[in-house]
Design a binder for this molecule. Structure first.
Ligand SMILES: [Zn+2]
Length: 273
């Protein structure tokens, strides 16, 4: 089965990361495809309402975590522009209380994520992002859950933080042309994003990462639309993923069917199931 190892699905309530124009029908379409085993997913829940919606989808695996873009929740300004209104002691306490309140969702998820830091698409204070990231890594460590990582612009800092954690780590859609080796040294898994034809960094992931550490992902409909510059339907998602599998197969000199099977094995090994 083709598996989307990191995706966002629109629950139709306008919440969630990367959901701009909410589509109430999207989740039902995903639900049917997953039930019919046309697609497997590690669906990313960035809030309780997403978790509860994905939990009702038979056959879906779920990652749960507070995305770095949501760090602004912890700023008094509410926009991440003036986080120093809270002093560091308050951040630590405030984040701990928030995470404690959703502990059962971390416990109920197959993985903790996506978590990390971002200095490219997010203007939230990096010290705050770092605190939120580290506290979630601690939760993953205590619950023995693998982690899904968002590393945009903070690749080196994140690789250094990760050295303190002996977790299974999945670097989602790595798109930096540097520091790949810092993650390879830590035996990380990597997802290949849908821009494998145009991004040199993604091409490097395909050629450099060993086959037993490679996965494929879409990061959700809106990310595929961003990468392909056209509208995408839910029914097209398996073909998008199969394009990434073919690129991996070609780079590794194996048949696409074998690559698909090996990638599926990687997915279950990463989740420990
Ligand atoms: Zn994502």
């Amino acid at each position: 089965m083709i598996i989307d190892s990191h995706t966002h699905m629109d629950t139709g309530n306008g919440l969630g990361i990367g959901i701009e124009n909410s589509n109430p029908k999207e989740l039902a379409e995903f639900r049917n495809m997953i039930r019919e085993k046309k697609l497997g997913v590690l669906a990313n829940a960035s809030c309780v309402s997403e978790f509860e919606a994905f939990e009702t989808i038979e056959g879906a695996f779920i990652s749960f975590g507070i995305h770095p873009w949501n760090t602004h929740e912890f700023c008094k300004s509410g926009k991440g522009e003036n986080p120093l209104l809270l002093d560091e002691q308050d951040w630590v306490k405030c984040i701990r209380e928030k995470l404690e309140g959703v502990k059962e969702y971390f416990r109920g998820a197959h993985a903790v994520g996506e978590i990390g830091m971002d200095s490219v698409w997010c203007s939230c204070n990096l010290m705050l992002q770092r605190e939120l990231f580290i506290q979630q890594l601690e939760i993953a460590q205590s619950l023995r859950r693998p982690v899904v990582l968002h590393t945009k612009g903070q690749e080196k800092a994140i690789a250094e933080i990760l050295l303190n954690y002996s977790l299974k780590k999945l670097v989602h859609w790595y798109s930096c042309e540097q520091y790949l080796e810092l993650f390879l040294e830590q035996d990380c898994y990597f997802t290949v994003g849908p821009n494998y034809q145009t991004s040199n960094a993604v091409k490097k992931v395909i050629s450099t990462v060993p086959l037993d550490r490679l996965l494929v992902e879409t990061d959700g409909i809106s990310a595929v639309e961003w990468a392909s510059e056209k509208k995408i339907r839910v029914a097209e998602i398996p073909d998008v993923l199969k394009g990434s599998v073919r690129a991996i197969a070609e780079a590794k000199g194996i048949a696409p069917e074998i690559a698909e099977r090996r990638i599926e094995e990687n997915f279950y090994r990463f989740l420990g199931i």
